[in-house]
Design a protein around this ligand. Sequence first.
Ligand SMILES: Cc1cc2nc3c(=O)[nH]c(=O)nc-3n(C[C@H](O)[C@H](O)[C@H](O)COP(=O)(O)OP(=O)(O)OC[C@H]3O[C@@H](n4cnc5c(N)ncnc54)[C@H](O)[C@@H]3O)c2cc1C
Length: 276
Amino acid sequence: MDGEVRPGGGFLVAKTPLEGIYSREKFTDIQKEFADTAEKFFQNEIIPIIEQIEAKEEVEEDGVKQPLSIIFLRKAGELGLLCVDIPEEYDGLGQDIITSMLIAEKSAGSASFGITVGAHSGIGTMPIVLFGNEEQKRRYLPKLATSELVSCYALTEPGSGTDALSGKTTAVLNKEGTHYILNGEKQFITNGAWADIAIVFAQVDGKYSGFIVDLHSEGVSRGAEEKKMGLKGSSTTNLVFEDVKVEKENLLGKTGDAPKIALNILNLGRLKLGVG
Ligand SMILES: Cc1cc2nc3c(=O)[nH]c(=O)nc-3n(C[C@H](O)[C@H](O)[C@H](O)COP(=O)(O)OP(=O)(O)OC[C@H]3O[C@@H](n4cnc5c(N)ncnc54)[C@H](O)[C@@H]3O)c2cc1C
């Protein structure tokens, strides 16, 4: 707090200046407003339908059957709850990390739906916010801000969980140099059944790299929903890629950037799960 390092329980006996203590009384009016909007949304709109969400109920809207979670994800988008971390120039609200954490805290009571929101606006969107180039940000962030496009984050594989950077999925640049050809399988992917795009990690000549992948591309298939002990309302599936063509422009950063992208994003996710 004052920069001095005190061994062991030294902090218990040291004098702590009051101004060094962060408390909820220090939230700004804007942060409180977002927290209030989030609390009202989750308490008044999600908690009353939590059993339908847990049952992954689908309802007909505009003549198409849609998961209730996706309909309410769009409502969260209308309230601005999905885009506080997205800069204003890409149609986001450009708020600080405290605001984002407050929304995560309020979402945690509706756990399955909170995870759907977090996978989309956190681990599914932040790789583009933090590591995307100008063209990628312009192309994807405005649609992620509203959830017109739903996103997910695909790192885990059947043989690569805790050892997260040992994935075997490959991306090979075609001879024309226009597309990477993606092959492999990802496992336990939140929003797997519902997402339009995925942040996928793959080996490019032995360099683990991140890509933005259109999940409606030829060669993408999605597995059955995992039958989980909890979080039953969130979608968790595997994703299989068989010769999927990914535009060269959809490489995130440089080849070999996966450790930087994947681990920084996981840290943000852990922070949010922590406040939840
Ligand atoms: C509900 C849910 C949602 C998920 N969503 C996503 C998602 O959106 N995207 C994504 O990419 N992944 C996702 N995951 C995957 C998650 O990140 C992995 O489950 C996690 O990384 C652990 O990997 P694993 O399940 O393969 O377990 P393993 O790595 O096989 O670990 C099994 C056990 O062994 C222990 N262990 C492993 N290695 C060692 C070691 N060297 N020494 C000692 N103990 C060890 C672990 O602590 C654990 O207890 C999700 C998982 C769940 C359950």
